[in-house]
Design a protein around this ligand. Structure first.
Ligand code: FES
Length: 141
């Protein structure tokens, strides 16, 4: 291998490393599924998988991780919003003590209805309707 060939390979290798580095660190999407549409999900509140919803301030994740459902801290009211933060699609969670949703990745905050409050997210979460009939909580879009 002559010098020109060697430098050519190094130059290509450096460009490849820079490109790979940008592709890794510049990635914008997390692995949280985006907000689903046409939602109609029935949740049995007596089922062991959903037991957290039986407690005020408790929450669960449904729809393959795309929706977070919570019972308000004061109890009796259910909330459901998309889980993917609009910033980089990382997961938000319900903060019972503040009765709102929070993205711990970069500190974006949303109201209990998913409306944007602060942080880099810049837009709101998708809110889903909730209704209760006996022990069945229904989440719809
Ligand atoms: S991913 Fe939520 S604030 Fe960045």
């Amino acid at each position: 291998m002559d010098r020109k060939e060697f430098l050519s390979q190094i130059g290509f290798g450096t460009a490849g490393i820079v490109l790979f580095g940008c592709m890794s660190s510049c990635k914008k999407n997390g692995d949280t599924p985006s907000a689903p549409s046409n939602v109609n999900i029935a949740i049995d509140l007596t089922h062991s998988e959903n037991i957290a919803l039986a407690t005020p301030g408790g929450s669960i994740v449904i729809s393959n991780g795309a929706i977070v459902v919570a019972q308000t801290q004061t109890g009796g009211k259910y909330l459901a919003v998309s889980r993917a933060c609009p910033h980089e699609q990382l997961p938000v969670h319900y903060e019972a003590s503040k009765d709102d949703f929070f993205c711990p990745s970069h500190s974006s905050r949303f109201t209990s209805t998913g409306a944007y409050v602060s942080g880099p997210a810049g837009s709101s979460l998708t809110q889903y309707k909730t209704s209760i009939n006996g022990n069945i909580l229904t989440i719809t879009s």
